[in-house]
Design a protein around this ligand. Structure first.
Ligand code: ABF
Length: 222
């Protein structure tokens, strides 16, 4: 099985998982990235079963609309039963690193609102210790150097993701050489640096379920 086939398998499994709960009034939270794109394409096949979606990025909004799925502003949505999104890494506590695609802040907001966060990822994203994948930190542009200096004090190596502007008009630092054993504490510490919008650790709000694609099929981790 190729990596893309595993991504498609978890996308199909995610639609199967949410389908029994979908109603004509349901709004689905949808993430960003190549695995999420497979999910969008599968979700479109059952679009008659729900009302619409909230998107975690402009790219996702465009893809949803291209399938004829209405996209709503989160502020107008009272209830979001599910958020489905990929990840760059996940551990056995279902804590994640996200934001390789630069959409971490909107992803974290939608995940915070959703009752159930279903993470879809192939087995290459599973790790014992988070941090091999550089941790993305979204920063207000004028604070970028200040935030970088504070991160150096944590013995981390922030690298400016040059040429990238987030959907919120901000910049991204990718923090290398982290070995994260206290993910909640680190998430809070980095978020407390003035000028940080948010970081890509999803530890305080981890996933509720990970659907992991393997060559032998999809495993459900809770
Ligand atoms: C989003 O897409 C991001 O949080 C994460 O960075 C990325 C994973 O991308 P892919 O599914 O393409 O590996 O979920």
């Amino acid at each position: 099985m190729t990596q893309d086939e595993m991504k498609q398998a978890v996308a199909i499994a995610a639609v199967e998982m949410i389908q029994p709960s979908l109603e004509s009034s349901s709004i689905v939270g949808v993430g960003t990235g190549s695995t999420a794109n497979f999910f969008i394409d599968e979700l479109a096949k059952v679009k008659h079963l729900f009302d619409g979606a909230v998107a975690s990025s402009e790219a996702t909004a465009e893809r949803l609309k291209s399938h004829g799925i209405p996209v709503y502003d989160l502020n107008g949505v009272n209830q979001l039963d599910f958020y489905i999104d990929g990840a760059d890494e996940f551990n056995d506590k279902l804590q994640l690193i996200k934001g390789g695609g630069g959409a971490l802040t909107r992803e974290k907001i939608v995940a915070a609102v959703a009752k159930t966060f279903i993470c879809i990822a192939d087995e290459t994203k599973q790790v014992e210790l988070l941090g091999e994948f550089p941790l993305p930190v979204e920063v207000i542009p004028m604070a970028r150097s200040h935030v970088a200096r504070q991160l150096f004090k944590l013995d981390a190596q922030p690298v400016y993701r040059e040429g990238v502007v987030t959907d919120n008009g901000n910049q991204v630092l990718d923090v290398h050489n982290l070995s994260i054993d206290a993910a909640v504490a680190l998430e809070q510490k980095i978020n407390n640096i003035v000028g940080v919008v948010t970081n890509g650790l999803f530890a305080e709000r981890s996933a509720d379920v990970v659907l992991m694609g393997t060559p032998n099929g999809v495993e459900t981790l809770r």
